[in-house]
Write a protein that binds this ligand. Structure first.
Ligand SMILES: [Zn+2]
Length: 461
């Protein structure tokens, strides 16, 4: 039992006899107990607040940027993105209140104690039913704002229920009153672009993208481009994405709306679109083809490797395919290996120079092979069904291998094909029936990429 639970249990025991004569008090103390449980059971959820965009990122709504005028005209931004929103009076008013971060095991009682608020105030708060139903769900890591007078009498409590709503308990004419505040949540388009010099992560960072956004970008193109082996110095990217604002403040990034990746001179472009026939949102090419394929281009997540990765390092590997029928991914021992497609394990064990090897059959035509593994994922056995992207084993140097690496082969009808260049079957394209509306609805998104590319060229000259 932790300290806070103890305190509350103790408090409840002492108060119970008198509470028979005060039904309201009993409700209050019952709720108090629940608060403790709620807070203890709740898992830690750190709110993810993005850092502000860096200088290279040209904000579409930044008026002192020269590229702004041209861009905003061509992009036809919605009106509200151009009108500055004044800082809400709400935040001004409560800015000076005591901000308390909820710790694991906290109860309202311990929070009030830390803020020098009298214990008697708990009962009054628990009588605020609209407030208490939200306060019961507070997670460790969240904050509440409190204000009290010099006698420890609560004068205000402020808590963000979710992104769009806040709870306000205020003492008005001596009585606590609960209100819910609705925030103005808006989505604004934003763009970033960059040229790769050392690694995608570094270029993305320079463009003001956080790692999540970079992974999402790689996820969109990861069916066509192997982000471990294919990336070259001079590759570039452009993307339009959403930034979510709460009142006047940017609080997080939203979805990537459209993106272009130029890899070794070849351009790949995609837009986010909800297929009207399946209601599934995905990324599509200009002619409505699904970016998603039956196989991931790389059986190793580039994020596991890219910290040491430079464009030079992996280059020589590509010349090897002809002689040894596969591609090698230099990676440290223990790096997770994922099945590039959905299928069935037809072999798992030792096989000569391959060392520990897994062979997966994908339908009747395709099979993939993963060799030199240090060890297998325990649940993946011969005969197991595996999902696309499921971890099947870990990089090692078993068999004939000079150092830890993954040897990967891709076969079509039993014939070895270069996994970096072979074409993969695609997921469902936009149907003919919906093609006209797809083209109409996505023309602007592709048009924005054109504008941004022209702009980028102009800036570089
Ligand atoms: Zn090899």
């Amino acid at each position: 039992m932790n300290y806070d639970t103890f305190i509350n249990k103790d408090l409840r025991k002492r108060s119970l006899p008198s509470s028979n004569h005060h039904p309201r008090l009993r409700w209050g103390l019952f709720a108090l107990g629940c608060i403790v449980i709620g807070a203890v059971l709740a898992h830690t959820s750190e709110p993810s607040i993005e850092t502000p965009a860096q200088t290279e990122l040209l904000e579409l709504n930044s008026s002192n940027n020269k590229s702004f005028t041209r861009l905003s005209q061509s992009l036809e931004l919605p009106e509200d993105t151009l009108t500055p929103i004044t800082i809400s009076h709400i935040e001004d008013k409560y800015a000076n209140w005591d901000s308390v971060t909820i710790r694991s095991g906290d109860s309202l009682s311990s929070v009030f104690t830390r803020s020098n608020i009298s214990a008697s105030q708990l009962i009054e708060v628990t009588q605020q039913k609209n407030a208490i139903k939200h306060l019961l769900k507070i997670h460790p890591g969240e904050t509440i704002k409190l204000s009290a007078d010099e006698k420890g009498i609560l004068t205000g409590l402020y808590y963000d229920i979710d992104i769009s709503q806040s709870l306000l308990v205020e003492r008005i004419n001596g009585e606590l009153q609960t209100t819910t505040i609705e925030h103005n949540i808006s989505t604004r388009p934003h763009y970033a672009s960059g040229v790769i010099n050392d690694s995608l992560f570094m270029a993305a960072q320079d463009a003001g993208l956080d790692d999540n956004m970079t992974m999402e970008l790689a996820g969109i193109f990861g069916w066509d481009i192997d982000f471990v082996l294919d990336i070259r110095k001079g590759d570039s990217f452009t993307l339009v994405y959403e930034q979510i604002y709460k009142n006047a403040d940017k609080i997080k990034n939203g979805n990537i709306l459209s993106a272009e990746f130029i890899n070794q001179g070849k351009s790949y472009r995609a837009v986010r679109y909800e297929d009207p026939s399946t209601h599934k949102t995905g990324y599509y090419t200009e002619d409505g083809k699904n970016m998603r394929k039956a196989f991931l281009r790389s059986p190793v997540k580039f994020s596991h490797i890219s910290s040491k990765f430079t464009t030079k390092r992996f280059h020589p590997v590509l010349h090897k395919f002809r002689s040894h029928k596969g591609v090698d991914y230099a990676a440290s021992r223990g790096t997770p290996i994922r099945s590039s497609g959905e299928g069935k394990v037809i072999f798992r064990g030792k096989k000569g120079g391959y060392g520990n090897v897994i062979i997966i059959k994908h339908g009747s035509r395709y099979s993939t092979l993963y060799a030199h593994l240090a060890r297998f994922e325990r649940k993946v056995r011969s005969g197991s069904r595996v999902k696309q992207g499921q971890v099947i084993g870990y990089v090692g140097s078993s068999g004939l291998a000079t150092g830890p690496h993954l040897h990967y082969e891709f076969r079509v009808n039993g014939v070895h094909r270069n996994p970096l260049t072979v074409s993969f079957p695609s997921a469902k394209a936009i149907s003919k029936l919906h093609m006209t509306s797809f083209k109409e609805e996505t023309a602007d998104l592709f048009g924005q990429l054109d504008v941004l590319n022209r702009n980028q060229l102009a800036l570089n000259q």
